[in-house]
Design a protein around this ligand. Structure first.
Ligand code: EPZ
Length: 423
């Protein structure tokens, strides 16, 4: 297990290229199971979660190979319907296999994802959607078993008490594309990753309208063909670099940052005094060298609201802003693993129910800290970059799940950062 050694106090400067989106890529890999023809997926990030999904597809019988850096070829000629427990239990996103296996094999056995450090990760809406499509579902020995032999299109409402479900919307879309009849998903997730999946499915021959909106209409077709698809850039990685640039008073151009994918996040920061240069459709420059930000009041919401996946990073930034900031988490109310670690670095941050109250500006000092969850770990990196002295972040495999070459990218922006094997 590697660690990151970061010596803080350097302003980030230069250009950084955002990699492909993890949360688009994982359901897109799963969607390749819907056809026996070859799919070519481009702009794939080099992440342990992606490699893991590739391993699961191979275990299911698909031929999966990386033809060159960032380009994968996937051909699911003959596959089984049972996702291997030993692999699937380790990555929640493997729940995305439910839809394609049910559509292609008319059966699915997928291990139920456990909880994780950000909170309970229920799948009741996934099950509700599959049942609405006239599938039988059963939970047995930690597996979710689906009998989809009588699958047919239907209307289904996918809103839960925390809003819609991203992977649940992906699953019902993928289950419905070859189901006889018409499916209407109401209160579907609108994330750009869903729109990207819908685009790929359409190019495979699916009849889908409204991908990326709250209402998705799908007319089932007998079969899907192969396609070539380029994954959208990772908006959460882009937001992470923007936050790091602000926290270090740097001057950074983020290539691949699509303004429309980050609307609520950019608006929150502009209201706090940030000035962004929108260089073209997918590049944003932030020069914070002489910026004095105002404190933020933020609430995470389903897209197009403020992404929960940027909440921890905003907390880290808020420690460097004079005044009291309040960040409220409405998607995963327990998603505050970063709070005790930021406190250890000197942040004045406390948890009040679903909110973090941050009294800035704090002089952060480097300290040994432990990564815990993907985005909480990103928050620790941001704090370490702004801190005085050296921070050692252990168990950075959490970061490797969702950030492609984070240390190399930060080093290219001038950060004093080294990746070291765990002693
Ligand atoms: C996706 O997870 C992302 N992961 C998460 O990113 C992201 O935080 C989340 O969406 C919210 O935006 C991938 O896309 C692989 P949900 P997902 O189903 O689909 C509740 C990261 O850091 N819910 O949209 O699992 C749930 O408890 C990861 O990159 C139900 O109640 O999230 C949560 O409160 C972390 N019943 C809310 O809905 C269900 O059946 C949103 O969950 C499903 C979800």
């Amino acid at each position: 297990m590697d660690s990151l050694l970061i010596r803080g106090g350097t302003r980030l400067r230069g250009e950084v290229q955002v990699s492909g989106s993890k949360n688009a890529c994982l359901p897109i890999f799963a969607a390749c199971l819907l056809t026996d023809q070859k799919c070519l997926i481009k702009n794939v990030p080099n992440l342990s979660d992606v490699n893991f999904m590739a391993q699961i597809l191979r275990e299911l019988g698909a031929e999966v190979s990386m033809v060159k850096d960032g380009e994968w070829e996937i051909c699911a000629k003959k596959i089984s319907h049972t996702a291997p427990y030993e692999l699937v239990r380790k990555m929640r996103a493997s729940i995305c296999l439910l839809g394609p296996l049910s559509a292609r094999m008319r059966r699915a056995e997928v291990s139920l994802p456990g909880g994780c450090v950000i909170g309970a990760r229920p799948v009741d809406l996934h099950i509700k959607g599959m049942r609405a499509l006239n599938c039988k579902t059963e939970i047995e020995r930690g597996y979710l078993n689906v009998d989809a032999r009588k699958i047919r299109g239907a209307r289904v409402y996918l809103g839960g008490r925390f809003g819609s479900t991203v992977t649940g919307t992906a699953n019902i879309m993928m289950a419905a594309v070859m189901a006889p009849g018409t499916t209407v998903i109401e209160n579907a997730a609108c994330e750009p990753e869903i729109a990207d999946l819908a685009k790929m499915l359409s190019n495979m021959g699916a009849q889908i309208e409204g991908g990326g909106t709250h209402t998705i209409t799908i007319t089932g077709v007998p079969r899907l063909g192969g396609t070539s698809h380029t994954v959208i850039p990772d908006r959460i990685e882009a937001g992470t670099w923007i936050t790091a640039a602000l926290a270090t008073k740097g001057d950074v151009t983020i290539k691949g940052a699509i303004r429309s994918h980050l609307g609520s996040f950019l608006d929150l920061l502009e209201c706090a005094g940030c000035k962004f240069e929108y260089l073209k459709y997918d590049a944003i420059r932030v020069n914070a060298s002489r910026l004095k930000m105002k404190p933020v009041e933020a609430v995470t919401l389903p897209y197009p609201g403020l992404p929960t996946d940027l909440q921890a990073q905003i907390c880290a930034l808020a420690t460097q802003i004079d005044g009291i900031s309040v960040i409220t988490e409405r998607i995963y109310p327990e998603r505050f693993m970063h709070v005790p670690e930021l406190s250890r670095m000197g942040a004045n941050i406390s948890r009040e129910g679903p909110s973090a109250i941050i009294c800035g500006k704090s002089r952060l000092s480097g300290a040994p800290v432990m990564a815990s969850d993907l985005r909480a770990s990103a928050a620790l990196v941001i704090a370490a970059l702004a801190a005085e002295g050296e921070t050692k972040i252990r168990r950075i495999y959490h970061l490797d799940r969702g950030y492609d070459s984070m240390d190399k990218k930060l080093k290219s922006l001038g950060a004093k950062i080294e990746r070291t094997p765990e002693d």
